[in-house]
Design a protein around this ligand. Structure first.
Ligand code: NAG
Ligand code: NAG
Ligand code: NAG
Ligand code: NAG
Length: 501
């Protein structure tokens, strides 16, 4: 239909515009609300329905969280965007962090045997025990050994000196102990200057393991170390741990060495002793791990050892893992690891460490892994992601480790943020907290909640993460149920505390 005169045009146009606008606006507002709701439901923990008490606790938690984030927007000082070494003291002042410390976090599923007890204890307690000797390699790297009498000099290290005598010679013992501590962790106030690239930080990381090994592998210290690791996590409201252990030989003062079986038995005995005095603690399990840079035949041998140990200690040994810096050199060997048949000993190829090299994730999935260590690259592999989703295979996210080892700098940009937004199965863990100057799980929960989770992650996310850690553990179904009951009781108490305080 033709409109009569030009004078009619403005009116008509206005009318059309008004219709279009209102249509457009309502369409947008419907879609926006709809999309937001949809995203809320997709998020990790989104579908959880909170109780009235939990809603109250959530309100209070989110009030604190948003206040801290708003403050950070003003000051531009936001701990998850900073390096952990510089952010740690700020995190400790956060009220959200204090709530996270109180929170029952369930289990820590991705930890390494010699990186979990605060290094301060090694310095102030272990190096002060009698018969502790020190020597320096040609590169100036320290080594320790407990022995009596003083061990003979080897060509790899300087003369062994009794640490007690060495301390008498140093000018200032406090300063010496501080320098030991600096040698035992990666912590520095200027990480960006000291650790210019991944290789530099990895090299120091390996040097630390080498240095502290002689302390931890001394039998009496080993027992105390295992006990203390449980204690530190228990104090951080973690009730169960799965520890990746190399099971290197443990030695006695006489120089006598123990084998892997002795170590597994010791883990078991010490855990039982800990549970006697901490009845709510569920226990620990060992994931026997080996260095993936080793020769294929050596790895095949360790898989056989792992299967043997699992047969002997079915309640303690949970699986097998290859650990180390995932780089190009080691790719080929992982693939070949699939040949030893895991059928006989029912050993699962668990928990593959997929840090920087994407292909590790695919290999792990092909080996029917039940969890993926780190899974840093998973969001870049839609098919692998879909597959792990379908098979309910979670990733083990260790935010601080990823940052310190230079995979990501600002934790708001951690690739797992996208996976958290779609509710991909995951757990939070702390890898080697003692190496990073952290402790337990709370620091990593803080980074995950405030940094990776962004504004929207709330109590539902936290609750889901804690429940996931129980669900994806290697415990038996009945054990998981018991664990869940104990956790739930603690959770309810935590909720009541947060809601009313
Ligand atoms: C180290 O700690 C243990 C308890 O874990 C204690 O019995 C021992 O006396 C301490 N040793 C030193 C040298 O501080
Ligand atoms: C030793 O060093 C510490 C830390 O640098 C210092 O506080 C202390 O005064 C020094 N002690 C002596 C006896 O010089
Ligand atoms: C490690 O210890 C040695 C010997 O005490 C010291 O000279 C060095 O500065 C320490 N390293 C660091 C990074 O503090
Ligand atoms: C993984 O599981 C599939 C199907 O369940 C099976 O065919 C395959 O042999 C398994 N692979 C390994 C390495 O166990």
């Amino acid at each position: 239909m033709l409109v009569d005169g030009p004078s009619e045009w403005p009116a008509l146009r206005f009318l059309l515009l008004a219709v279009a606008m209102s249509f457009f606006r309502s369409a947008v507002s419907i879609d926006e609300a709809h999309l937001l709701l949809k995203e809320k439901m997709m998020r990790l923990g989104g579908p959880l329905v909170l109780t009235t008490k939990e809603e109250q606790a959530n309100e209070r938690l989110m009030m604190l969280k948003i206040a801290e984030m708003k403050e950070a927007m003003k000051t531009l000082i936001f701990p998850p965007s900073m390096h952990f070494f510089q952010a740690k003291h700020l995190i400790e002042r956060s009220q959200v962090f204090n709530i996270l410390k109180m929170m029952p976090k369930g289990a820590a599923l991705h930890l390494h045997d010699t990186g979990i007890v605060t290094m301060d204890w090694l310095v102030r307690n272990v190096t002060y025990r009698p018969h502790c000797h020190i020597c320096f390699t040609s590169k100036g790297i320290m080594q320790f050994r407990f022995a009596h009498p003083t061990p003979r000099t080897s060509e790899k290290c300087s003369k062994w000196i009794l640490l007690e005598d060495y301390r008498k010679r140093v000018q200032n013992v406090t300063e010496f102990d501080d320098s030991l501590l600096r040698n035992f962790t990666l912590v520095t106030q200027h990480p960006e200057v000291i650790y210019t690239n991944q290789n530099v930080v990895w090299s120091k990381f390996q040097t630390i393991f080498f240095t502290i090994s002689g302390l931890i592998r001394y039998a009496p210290v080993f027992r105390d170390y295992v006990f203390r690791s449980m204690q530190e996590f228990y104090e951080d409201n973690v009730l169960y741990m799965e520890i990746r252990a190399r099971l290197l030989p443990v030695y006695e003062l006489s120089g006598e060495h123990h084998d892997e079986e002795w170590s597994v038995k010791t883990y078991q005995e010490v855990a039982q002793k800990f549970v006697e005095t901490h009845p709510e603690f569920i226990g620990i399990k060992i994931i026997y791990s080996d260095d993936r840079s080793k020769d294929v035949t050596v790895i095949a041998e360790s898989i056989r050892t792992a299967m043997g140990l699992r047969t002997k200690f079915p309640t303690v040994v949970a699986g097998f893992d290859l650990v180390t810096h995932a780089d190009l050199r080691s790719q080929i060997k992982i693939k070949i690891v699939s040949w030893p048949q895991p059928s006989g000993g029912r050993l699962d190829y668990r928990h593959w460490q997929g840090t920087s090299i994407d292909k590790n994730i695919l290999d792990a999935l092909m080996l029917n892994t039940t969890r993926i260590g780190h899974g840093f690259a998973l969001s870049k592999h839609p098919a692998a992601r879909a597959y792990s989703w379908e098979k309910d295979i979670p990733i083990e996210v260790c935010p601080i480790s990823n940052q310190v080892l230079k995979l990501v700098s600002d934790l708001r940009n951690h690739p797992v943020a996208a996976l958290m937004a779609i509710g991909h199965p995951m757990v939070i863990s702390s890898d080697d907290p003692a190496m990073f100057g952290a402790k337990g799980l709370s620091y990593d929960f803080y980074e995950a909640f405030m940094g990776i989770g962004g504004m929207k992650a709330d109590l539902r996310t936290l609750k889901q993460l804690a429940m996931n850690s129980i669900r994806y553990s290697t415990l038996l179904e009945t054990e998981k149920n018991t664990f869940m009951e104990i956790w739930k009781k603690r959770w309810d108490k935590f909720i009541a505390d947060v809601a009313t305080k």
